[in-house]
Design a protein around this ligand. Structure first.
Ligand code: ADP
Length: 326
């Protein structure tokens, strides 16, 4: 029986557990023997590899995070540790790997493939949605749900006092989470690197709104700008509105996987296993314009991710100072 293994690398996302469940079920269905690598590349180097069984994945579809743990592995950057990792796989007769991670993990796997001929298929998994070449990364939808619930709750308290709430979302250098969250939560202002808006340009409009009775503001700021506290101070000093910063942080990574992430996990994993069975040796399964397709590491990692133009245009329409209703 051919053997296949799965590992999670880099930041965990909700959707990894459904992918792991599908991995086990579909491997058996295809006559493969599935294995878990525990703790990402670190576990691969240290040989934490165990056979996977149905009971291992019973009930995990509802859980965020990853049952088989993830890691960041400085050692995997070094060729000698990648050789140890390859030897561990070869000792078990495993020559196919599914990797849930981001473009860094795929870069590492690409090297690993060329050095040791272990075939892999990557499944884009990051809540930042910042991988070039795929419109969707596993975990994004659940993260957006978590952010939506947080903003809705904050709005309840913001409206009970006269306050501005500056809510900081994750996303590394990418404003996707912040922009989608701002649009879909009816925020007054959205600050992301891709839009380059100047808060001073809203002063007159916001003052007018306050005179007409507006008593709270919801502002969504991407962590990339690192200016949440400065924005909060601006509301206090320039508008005289009491302000609070709420950094959502790691709650955005967790939570019960959404229906969409469960479905995407099943589809990504099915495509990934099929790819390896068809002889694809080093590809990433991507989802673009409602279609799945396989791409090379260069296609996904050579250029940085750009926000969809239509989404960005919608953001400008909603949040440009000229659109602010006096
Ligand atoms: P992500 O996969 O989410 O982009 P990282 O960039 O942190 O996350 O990468 C995850 C892991 O992938 C790193 O800890 C390292 O073990 C491995 N990795 C990343 N880039 C390389 C590389 N150029 N060569 C070898 N391994 C790499």
């Amino acid at each position: 029986m051919d053997k296949i293994a799965i590992l999670c690398s880099g930041g965990d996302v909700s959707g990894m557990n459904p992918a792991i469940k599908r991995f086990v079920e579909y491997s058996f269905a295809k006559g493969l023997e599935p294995y878990f690598i525990h703790g990402g590349f670190e576990g691969l180097i240290d040989g934490h590899i165990t056979p996977a069984t149905y009971p291992d994945v019973a009930g995990i579809i509802t859980r965020g995070g990853t049952k088989i743990k993830s890691s960041r592995s400085p050692r995997f950057h070094e060729a000698r540790y990648r050789t140890l990792a390859a030897n561990n796989l070869k000792a078990q007769g495993i020559d196919k790997l599914i990797v849930l991670g981001g473009d860094g993990s795929f870069r590492g796997m690409e090297l690993f493939y060329h050095e040791h001929q272990i075939a892999f298929c990557g499944i884009p998994s990051t809540i930042d949605n910042d991988i070039n070449g795929t419109d969707y990364c596993l975990g994004v939808n659940t993260a957006l749900e978590v952010i939506k619930n947080a903003i809705d709750s904050i709005r309840d308290t913001a409206s009970s006092f006269r306050r501005a709430f500056v809510i900081e979302t994750m996303g590394r250098n990418c404003g996707y989470l912040a922009l989608v969250s701002a649009i879909t939560s009816g925020a007054e202002l959205c600050l992301i690197p891709e839009m380059n808006l100047n808060i001073e340009d809203y002063k007159g409009c916001f003052e007018s709104q306050i005179r007409k009775g507006r008593d709270y503001f919801i502002v969504i700021v991407s962590e990339a700008l690192q200016n949440s506290h400065a924005v909060s101070q601006w509301f206090e000093q320039e508008l005289g509105v009491e302000s609070r910063v709420s950094v959502l942080g790691h709650i955005q990574r967790g939570g019960n996987p959404s229906v969409y992430d469960r479905l995407m996990a099943y589809q990504f994993t099915t495509y990934a296993i099929d790819a390896l069975l068809e002889g694809k040796t080093h590809s990433i399964i991507c989802y673009t314009k409602s279609h799945f397709s396989f791409k090379s590491i260069d296609e996904v990692a050579l250029n940085s991710y750009q926000l969809d133009k239509e989404l960005l245009a919608l953001g400008h329409e909603q949040f440009a100072p000229s659109q602010c209703q006096m």
